[in-house]
Design a protein around this ligand. Structure first.
Ligand code: ATP
Ligand code: MG
Ligand code: MG
Length: 371
């Protein structure tokens, strides 16, 4: 089977690695250059999108910020999974909010802001503090503002108005600030036959808006059931095929959806070492119509993001359960360059292993490990 992935970053790369044992060959479409490349070497493989559409059996995506013209072309080929509706909703917070509301899934109260008057209406409706998020193009906490008190309204509005003018982004989603206890995410897959398999909830730590640490272990059954119910409602409402990620706020045992990602997700990278079948393989299985693999947890596992670093002390590889996954990308400040997966037999042993790992690493580069 040949699978074309829209996007040529680390997610396409890891799909390619996971697909090889199943004889699934992955091609990556670099949306910025219009080239179809090998996901590992970035060498040009096929002439262009048109050739790739006929040459491959299935088309999928590794990110959601894809021009709608390209999505529509892929849709017309009849080969696109998980559905372009899901990708579009993942890339536009207005569509995403509609989707969540229509599926009856709890999410933060919100109001769409396109003018100063609408900002006042949002404040009247949802109160302060609030989080304002650009409707289009946001990731890693970019394109967001925090509005804490009435005195800041004018300054924040000016900032947002400038942003909207510069980016031709005409809308902002104003959201109530949720005083969450923790952030968790659920990664799961839905097959072509509608079968659903989800991984255990992952607890996530963000540093400056970017995911820094994910920990997966057997958790609270009631919370897992709540998350699974919401996942099923959303995935079924979209007739979704593939891996879907949902980010939640846990507020006193009640889950609210923060956002969805219609693809494999950074908070699911731990599955490479910690689950029977990793999320990349399960995405490929789903979109190619194969049976889903088991999502069972093998052992407690943590994933640590490597941000803005292209070298680490090789000594960490001497730790018995430490696995490094580099993405082969050029170094840039704050950029996701790779990740480390670390496993242990018990949650307590995992915390010990994380401390041991931290002792080798620069505290400035890995603040989540030294917190
Ligand atoms: P990602 O890289 O996960 O796609 P993003 O840019 O789409 O990030 P969000 O996930 O919406 O951004 O927000 C980033 C982080 O900001 C969240 O993980 C959470 O810590 C915080 N945050 C977002 N919305 C809220 C909210 N309504 N209340 C409190 N904190 C929030
Ligand atoms: Mg996001
Ligand atoms: Mg997020």
């Amino acid at each position: 089977m040949k699978v074309l992935v829209l996007g040529s970053g680390q997610l396409a790369r890891m799909m390619s690695l996971a697909g090889a044992p199943l004889n699934i060959e992955v091609f990556a479409y670099d949306v910025a250059t219009g080239k179809v490349v090998h996901p590992l070497t970035q060498q040009v493989m096929l002439k262009g999108l048109d050739t790739a559409l006929t040459y491959t059996d299935v088309i999928t995506a590794e990110f959601e910020h894809i021009p709608h013209e390209i999505l529509d072309i892929c849709e017309r080929s009849g080969k696109f999974q998980p559905t372009t509706t899901a990708i579009k909703a993942g890339g536009d917070r207005r569509l995403e909010k509609n989707l969540l509301d229509n599926a009856g899934v709890a999410n933060a109260p919100y109001h769409i802001v396109t003018s100063r008057a609408e900002l006042d209406a949002a404040i009247a409706k949802i109160g302060l503090p609030m989080v304002l998020k650009s409707a289009l193009g946001g990731y890693d906490g970019k394109g967001q503002w925090r509005l804490k008190e009435a005195g800041q309204v004018e300054a924040v509005w000016q900032d947002m108005a400038d942003f909207m003018a510069q980016t031709e982004n005409q809308a902002i989603v104003a959201e109530a600030f949720i005083p969450f206890d923790r952030e968790v995410s659920l990664i799961g897959a839905r097959g072509r036959d509608g079968q659903i398999a989800v991984y255990p909830l992952t607890e996530n730590t963000h540093t400056n808006g970017v995911l820094s640490l994910s920990v997966a272990q057997e958790g609270d059954h009631a919370l897992q059931a709540q998350a699974e119910k919401m996942f099923t409602a959303l995935a079924n409402s979209l007739n979704y095929v593939g891996v879907l990620a949902i980010e939640f706020f846990d507020v006193n045992g009640q889950l609210l959806v923060n956002e969805i990602a219609p693809r494999v997700h950074n908070s699911g990278h731990w599955t490479q070492q910690g689950a029977e079948t990793c999320q990349f393989e399960n995405h490929l299985r789903a979109v190619t119509g194969l049976p889903l693999g088991s999502t069972a947890l093998i052992r407690p596992t943590a994933m640590v993001n490597i941000l803005g670093e292209d070298r680490l002390p090789t000594a960490i590889l001497a730790e018995p359960t430490c696995h490094i996954h580099w993405y082969g990308k050029e170094k840039r400040a704050g950029r996701k360059m790779g990740h480390i997966n670390l496993c242990a037999d018990t949650p307590a042993a995992l915390q010990e292993a994380l401390k041991q790992l931290a002792s080798h690493l620069d505290p400035d580069a890995f603040p989540a490990l030294h917190g």
